[in-house]
Write a protein that binds this ligand. Structure first.
Ligand code: BG6
Length: 458
């Protein structure tokens, strides 16, 4: 079903952190590209007026991405503000007034999921959720299978699936999209993209910073819910999916759901969790918290293509670098060069801080033909600084009605099905020193064949 282009953008949580860090910079970027021409209505309960919201927007742009005076002037003209409680029908009457003739507003929930139900119900009652309207919701979508199902039920009471846009901003990153492009726009990867040639896959999302003032949120979330069940599963789905027969949003998303369907639920043996030393002193964190700031998972895909190829996924805060990278290790050849210290061929796909596609190939050493080693052939290497920000892309797509880069109901529920039993089992949390690659236990209990690949950043 086609969804019309939005004729207004409403964002709930306009005075919050996400709006400050991501939404205002994305709105300015959209304006600069000529992609934003509709009223932008911020909603919050802060006792503010429109001038205060404009001042906040200005400050956000100065701190995150740079203020462009011309674009800011245009943004100021489009900005409106509604102040009020989400439980109060009067707030939504004000919103209705601000929407004027708009028939296809995009309602963006940059608010805690606990409030979604209330807001959606009020939107419907106030007549702001007509057939052209859509809803955009932030991750994490629920905290487990049951809460995700409940959330889906709440949203589906008012909006049909085609008008629900569940954000996973990783899908808005060009290098993530490039994983699919690399696989399906070339003919050679397909011949080795299977269990006969690939030994293992590793996906690492490392961050060299901690929870940075997000202690309260993080302590209710943890690494697995924050970035693995969503961002890193999306990377895995892009690597493991079958070629989609068509490129429309439903066909592409069908293939991703099929990947998750092939994965059995994780058990306690498939996870190692860690917590950096010092986390318990962070504001907002419970003094006896056992929430993880690091996790490594081992997943099996019971599919024709992948059976027997382990997928290792690792993420953490306070690690040595900030980098997201995929390493695909190939099976070794039946080599006769036993005296050479050869390593398996690999494909390295870096998502950030720069986008790289590299292949590791063994070659004989230039000065000594009795030794050899791995060399990289680099197919692409681009800084990602100049690229369209992921939030700008996903917001723009939601407003234009293109659902390809959003998680569908069945996908989100499958992802929870995989992690739920393991999360509920409350496995041990091992301490680790900030600036290391997680707790030492991860190498003992969950090491990929050939060991973990630790990305380095220049
Ligand atoms: C967010 C997580 O979804 O993604 C953060 O909540 C994480 O904890 C962030 O730092 C990473 O995103 P990016 O785009 O900065 O790599």
């Amino acid at each position: 079903m086609s969804v019309p282009h939005s004729d207004a953008l409403v964002f709930f949580g306009a005075t919050g952190d996400l709006a400050y860090k991501k939404i205002f910079p994305s709105l300015q970027a959209m304006l600069k590209r000529g992609h934003l021409k509709v009223p932008v209505i911020g909603v919050a309960k802060a006792g503010w007026n429109l001038d205060q919201l404009k001042a906040r927007a200005k400050d956000s742009l100065e701190k995150h991405g740079g203020l462009d005076p011309v674009a800011f002037e245009q943004l100021s003209k489009l900005l409106r503000y509604v102040d009020g409680d989400y439980a109060d029908a009067a707030t939504f009457q004000q919103l209705k007034q601000q929407l004027g003739d708009a028939q296809s507003p995009a309602h963006y929930m940059a608010i805690p999921p606990l409030l979604f139900g209330q807001v959606v119900e009020q939107l419907a009652k106030a007549g702001c959720a007509g057939p052209g309207a859509r809803i955009i919701v932030e991750k994490p979508f629920g905290t487990d299978m049951e809460s995700a199902r409940n959330l889906n039920r709440i949203l589906l009471n008012t909006f049909d699936e085609a008008r629900i846009f569940r954000i996973d901003h990783y899908l808005g990153k060009r290098p993530v999209h490039n994983l699919q492009f690399f696989r399906f726009a070339n003919s050679f990867p397909e011949s080795y993209w299977n269990r006969d040639h690939i030994e293992s896959v590793q996906i690492t999302m490392a961050e060299d910073f901690g929870v940075q003032g997000r202690g309260k949120f993080y302590d209710q979330t943890g690494t697995i819910r924050d970035v693995m069940q969503n961002h890193l599963f999306q990377l895995m789905a892009n690597i493991a999916m079958e070629p989609p027969p068509r490129l429309d949003s439903e066909t592409v998303r069908d293939e991703k759901v099929k990947v998750l369907k092939a994965i059995p639920p994780l058990t306690v043996r498939d996870v190692v969790r860690g917590q950096f030393q010092g986390y318990l002193d962070e504001p907002g964190v419970a003094p006896d918290s056992t929430v993880e700031t690091f996790a490594a998972l081992k997943l099996e895909l019971d599919s024709w293509r992948w059976k027997g190829v382990p997928f290792y996924i690792r993420a953490g805060k306070c690690l040595p670098v900030t980098c997201t990278e995929v390493l695909i290790r190939m099976r070794p050849p039946p080599t006769m060069y036993e005296d050479f210290q050869l390593e398996p061929n690999y494909l390295r796909l870096r998502i950030s801080p720069e986008a790289t596609i590299a292949i590791g190939i063994n070659v004989v050493a230039p000065a000594d033909d009795t030794t050899g080693g791995i060399n990289e052939m680099i197919a692409a290497h681009h800084p990602t600084k100049e690229e369209m920000d992921a939030y700008e892309r996903v917001l723009g797509d939601a407003m234009s009605g293109d659902a390809t880069l959003f998680s569908r109901e069945d996908y989100v529920e499958e992802a929870w099905r995989i992690v739920d039993p393991m999360l509920k089992a409350k496995t041990p949390v091992y301490p680790y020193q900030p600036g290391t690659w997680g707790p030492p236990e991860v190498d003992r209990l969950l090491a990929p064949p050939g060991g973990w690949w630790n990305p380095t950043v220049a």
